[in-house]
Write a protein that binds this ligand. Sequence first.
Ligand code: NAD
Length: 449
Amino acid sequence: MKVTVIGTGYVGLTTGASLAYLNHEVTCVDTDDRKVEQLSQGIMPFYEPGLHELIHMRPDHIRFTSSAWEAVMDADVVFFAVGTPANEDGSPNLTFLFSAVEETIGYLRMKSKPTVLINKSTVPVGTGDQIDRKVKEAGLANRVMVVSNPEFLRQGRALFDTFYPERIVVGGEQAASDVLETLYAAVLNQSFESPLLTGRPDGYSLPDYIRVDRRSAELAKYAANAFLAMKISFINEIANVCDRVGADVRQVAGIIGADPRIGPSFLQAGIGYGGSCFPKDTRALQFIADTNGYDFKLLSAVIEVNQSQKFIMIHKLYEQLGELAGKQIAVLGLSFKPGTDDLREAPSIPLIRTLVAAGAKVRVHDPVAMRKAAALLPDSVHFAGGILEALSQADAALLITEWPEYTSMDIGKLKSVMRRPLVIDGRNALNVSEHDELEYIGIGIGMKG
Ligand code: NAD
């Protein structure tokens, strides 16, 4: 099929590259000329494992342009995958989406070929209906259909999730869902050769193709993220209780996660969730409930717990060091999770700003996110060329992102370069034994060593 993807961020580029790999003819459009220029030259504008390689596997099937006109005129389907960031009041900002929609509809008026408009951006319930109304007002109802196709990929594992999803959800009328079933046929039947080093996971069964109405599809995306955020905030609350009663949250999580009604995933206690999705999507769902006359109390608590959880690291640091002024602190990890350079809502940024404001001297390290972080952090922050440089002469180290480079760190070397071997592990990810003689503090696991 001829596919146009509007927006070449994490979602749009992954969608475009995957569909090109599956032999569709893909045109990716972005208003950011620099991004288009970089992509046309084979340069990745952000880090996502395997994506660069995937694009290079089908160079004849994918192209990049800032001209939506030519891309839309020829397309069978047009994806919208633009950002929907949060406004001040938590409502999703739909400016980018409607700008792309208006422009596309303008071109569709000049085209007779049937086209399916597929929204992949996370949007409030009723947005698809609004797009549909615009299509009808433009007199295009007989040849343009609108569907919601929410995206469930995880950054850092975007390709894996795209080629091996648990479900593909399509909300809209039957004829449009049929078009998407054809578009995704290779994934639905798993009739492709895996482009990934990992290959098809053991025990993987074919994804469900879930046809629903547009509104349910839109709400399901928010509900999924809110549920996962709730699991994280719940286990973090349990961790905070563990710290007070001398229990170990990892053992508690293991026990409750063994119950299949609960499940083990998203029960790793730490300093909370970040990134471009959970914080904004939980606030958006709260806003949606609110504006529809419903006080979603559970979700409000999930958000509140997460907002304070990251600062638990700072409290633990004060408990150990007293005043922070003049103290040297190493920060390991900046991105909101391993496998990405995304810093949107990363807890590292407010934490480092707090440390600097308290007079601490901060040295940071991250395998991929340092360049992006430089624009967000105070000038006094030192960007270390390596892990040991960050730790050198530190009074304490904070582990913020559980990159494998850190979790497999040689504890002996770490201790030898630090002034005081104090590590506060915001992800309970270091494998520390009593023999390491480290002053090791996690979240909800007490102090070891
Ligand atoms: P992003 O910010 O990485 O990328 C958005 C891209 O859209 C940018 O390159 C921007 O320049 C471009 N853009 C904006 N307006 C445009 C226009 N009018 N025409 C063409 N291009 C335009 O965003 P993302 O992380 O890929 O997220 C996109 C959507 O998908 C959001 O609604 C997000 O909530 C949702 N989502 C994201 C993830 C994720 O993990 N990132 C997962 C699931 C769903």
